[in-house]
Design a protein around this ligand. Structure first.
Ligand code: LLP
Length: 426
């Protein structure tokens, strides 16, 4: 559930009419609901309370400092995958001793940076990486805490580009190889094996992949303990799905039902790395219709948000609900069925690529130049994946809290586009 709602045919974020925000800050505009962010954090905390998990908000989903600050206030820790993300969470005031550092390609500089910050664990993805971590830790005279990332070969049934826990993906190691590395860690004073890590894919809409993965995880914990490891952490990554279309996602409690007893059975600490579940439905993208046109038997709604702002439809064929901010037709519950009073349209941006669309063949009420549209569930992997393609400055970001709101990121201007370029054409 989220705190975006229509009241008398006008879209509100919490108590603020979003049209006011578009008027003040322009479009494209990202609008976040603080209440929704906190609600989602609480849902996970409550569902998993029996094992007091360490919730490491996955910074890659949305790394805006304004979001990280809210997470920090809500008491989450962070999952980072680069030196840049580590820098960001420090800026947000995070306690880095609870941060987990993942990613298949950590550089020596990033490993050093993370050791200096005393991160909770490195999620280690290969033998070569383990060797690099040991070498850097040795040079600093410290012991590096590591979790081995297992590839459990579980099919999470997500898009081919976002599935990570299947054999043949670049992530993690198979259980046999990880077993060999665990022995290596035991013999190396520069390393301490704290736990195991898995991340199955994203977004996941069923419980089964977690049930399968956590069963494998508990078996591995038992095996490692039998080898003499004092190993106490299971990190199950992120991946909890959200409602992009209707009510297709499972509540956090459904995942907890299978994960909590398994974690308790081996008396481990649980870490989770949710990103999308927390921020996905806590953010929307507002845009303004520039033109409409009919061509080739189709209606095109050309608006000012594009694939450089939200690349998910182009990249993953992702579905985002889209509806006018002040609609003439009440929003439906099913956005994929025929809607009376509406007509199918391609909602496209100004970028010079046919792949630049937010939706195709989408039933929409009549819209005209100047109307505002809202693309829902855009909080995760929206701004974080945005670019300046076609030299388009990125939009502003606003955080709403009750009837108050705050600009958390300014709109970029043309100066920002060339700020790092060194060729002056006079
Ligand atoms: N932990 C690890 C190791 C991950 O690789 C990811 C996501 C997460 C946690 C957070 O997953 P979440 O809870 O947000 O599902 N750009 C794609 C999603 C890529 C996910 C990458 N890894 C999209 O827009 O759907």
């Amino acid at each position: 559930m989220d705190y975006f709602h229509y009241q008398n045919n006008e879209l509100f974020c919490e108590e603020v009419p979003v049209a006011e925000l578009a008027k003040e800050f322009g479009t494209p505009l990202w609008v976040y609901s603080k209440r929704t962010l906190l609600h989602h954090v609480r849902q996970i905390q409550t569902a998993f309370a029996a094992v007091e998990p360490v919730l490491c908000y996955s910074v890659k989903a949305n790394s805006s400092l304004g979001i990280l600050k809210v997470m920090q206030e809500a008491g989450t820790s962070f999952d980072v995958v680069s030196g840049g993300e580590l820098f960001r969470v420090q800026k947000a005031g995070a306690d880095t001793t609870k941060v987990v550092f993942a990613g298949v390609g950590k550089t020596d500089a990033e490993i050093r940076q993370a050791l200096e910050c005393k991160v909770l664990m490195f999620n280690v993805e290969s033998e070569a990486e383990l060797d690099a971590i040991a070498a850097v830790a040795g040079s600093m005279n410290v012991v590096a805490p590591v979790a081995l990332r297992l590839n459990p070969d579980v099919d999470a049934k997500t898009h081919a580009k976002t599935t990570t826990g299947k054999k043949g993906n670049k992530f993690g190691m198979d259980i046999e190889r990880a077993g060999m590395l665990a022995k290596k860690v035991l013999a190396d004073k520069r390393l301490a094996l704290k736990g195991i890590h898995m991340h199955l894919g994203s977004p996941i809409l069923t419980i089964e992949p977690y049930a399968e993965a956590v069963e494998k995880a508990t078996q591995v914990i038992r095996d490692y303990r039998a080898q003499g490891h004092d190993i106490n952490w299971i990190n199950l990554g992120g991946g909890f799905g959200i409602n992009y279309r209707q009510q297709e996602a499972k509540p956090a409690s459904a995942f907890a039902e299978v994960i909590v007893p398994a974690v308790q059975s081996v008396n481990c600490r649980l870490a989770l790395e949710p990103g999308r579940f927390i921020v996905g439905n806590a953010g929307v993208l507002l845009s303004q219709v520039i033109y409409t046109k009919r061509e080739g038997g189709k209606l095109f709604v050309i608006q000012d948000a594009a694939m450089n702002d939200l690349v998910r439809p182009a990249m993953y064929d992702a579905f985002h609900r889209i509806w006018p901010v002040a609609p003439s037709v009440t929003p439906p519950t099913d956005y994929e069925a025929e809607i009376p009073g509406c007509e199918p349209a391609d909602v496209v941006g100004p970028i010079c690529e046919s792949g630049d669309y937010l939706a195709k063949g989408r039933w929409l009420p009549p819209v005209v130049r100047g109307d505002l549209l809202c693309t829902f569930s855009a909080g995760a992997y929206g701004t974080a994946m945005s670019s300046n393609y076609n030299s388009r400055p990125r939009g502003a970001e606003v955080m709403v809290d009750g009837s108050n709101y705050k600009l958390i990121r300014q709109r970029e201007d043309y100066g920002d586009l060339v700020a790092r370029e060194l060729v002056s054409l006079g």
